[in-house]
Design a protein around this ligand. Structure first.
Ligand code: GLU
Length: 307
């Protein structure tokens, strides 16, 4: 158990430049941490999909909005030994099993009675040693799954209230040996003293699994705030296809970081149209209960009058 002072964090995957939706989430994570007396950390979730140089560009973009954080920035690739030890600890405690299923087999398997829709059907849960040996001999490397002893778990979310969601035998180590996101995120939040997790609401459904895993590891699950996403006018998650959505693209179109910050603040009900703001000013106005609960629909005309 960590004895460090409570912290909040932003944990991007360095797979490319942050878009304004990511920046808005990071800004909210900073505001939640600062207005509740927490340290604020950045963690690079670089176990997969990392692109060389993307981490430095992400940090520079965050800094240009006035976001600051405690150093050092933690990189998950530097913590592989820690994940390996925790996975071994769970295995030794009888909390894991090897799974040889392909994605397709899982989709095609009849689901277990009473199992929630989409849950792992339990195929490899009770393989005999002979069956396991046969699969290994056939050359299939196993993933490692948690042997869950519940089908749901309840978390506390500052925006969604009490949220109960599915827990199944989820993967904690992929079959290429990479620790799974759901394992690494829980291990790192606990190790870093993170007791407040602010992130996009696309991850709300993952929170029960992660909180359950935290309890298996003897940790207290964090408090969550799953914040609304930024969507394009068609209601689809923002991406490169939506044109100028990163600070670099926007700067090239004549939109400064200060203008982006002002628009983000306005979208959160924290600033007037065109008002110049900085993060300490926003912190003084920040009331979590008053945050919008709907996605922010962002179209190219958002910047038209400012460029
Ligand atoms: N690295 C994840 C992402 O960029 C976020 C994980 C988290 O905040 O728990 O989507």
């Amino acid at each position: 158990m960590s004895t460090q002072h409570a912290a909040g964090r932003y944990a991007p995957s360095p797979s490319g430049d942050l878009h304004v939706g990511n920046l808005r989430t990071a800004m909210l994570a900073w505001l939640f941490a600062h207005t509740t007396g927490r340290r604020f950390l950045i963690r690079m979730e670089d176990l997969d999909r990392a692109v060389a140089g993307a981490d430095a560009r992400q940090l520079a973009d965050l800094a240009s909005l006035g976001i600051d954080w405690e150093i050092p920035v933690v990189y998950q690739t530097a913590r592989r030994d820690i994940y390996r030890d925790i996975i071994a600890r769970l295995r030794d405690a009888g909390r894991t099993f090897e799974c040889f299923c392909t994605r397709r087999e899982i989709l095609e398997a009849p689901s277990a009675p009473h199992a929630p829709h989409g849950a792992y059907p339990g195929t490899c849960r009770h393989l005999t040693d002979a069956e396991r040996a046969e699969k290994i001999a056939a050359g299939r490397p196993p993933a490692i799954r948690i042997l869950a002893d519940t089908t749901e778990f309840t978390v506390t979310d500052l925006l969604h209230g009490t949220f109960t969601g599915m827990v199944d035998d989820f993967v904690i180590q992929r079959n290429d040996g990479t620790p799974a996101y759901n394992l690494a995120v829980v291990v790192d939040d606990a190790a870093q003293g993170v007791d407040q997790v602010v992130r996009g609401d696309d991850l709300l459904s993952s929170a029960p699994r992660q909180a359950y895993l935290a309890t298996l590891l003897g940790e207290t699950p964090p408090t969550y705030a799953h914040v609304p996403m930024v969507l394009n006018p068609a209601g689809v998650r923002l991406s490169k296809r939506d044109g100028a959505v990163t600070l670099t693209d926007l700067a090239a179109a004549g939109v400064s970081a200060a203008t982006v910050l002002s628009h983000l603040a306005q979208s959160l009900g924290l600033a007037g149209r065109g008002e110049a703001v900085d993060l300490p000013t926003l912190a003084a106005r920040f009331v979590p209960e008053a945050l919008p609960r709907e996605p922010w629909l962002l179209g190219p005309t958002e910047w038209a009058s400012t460029a």
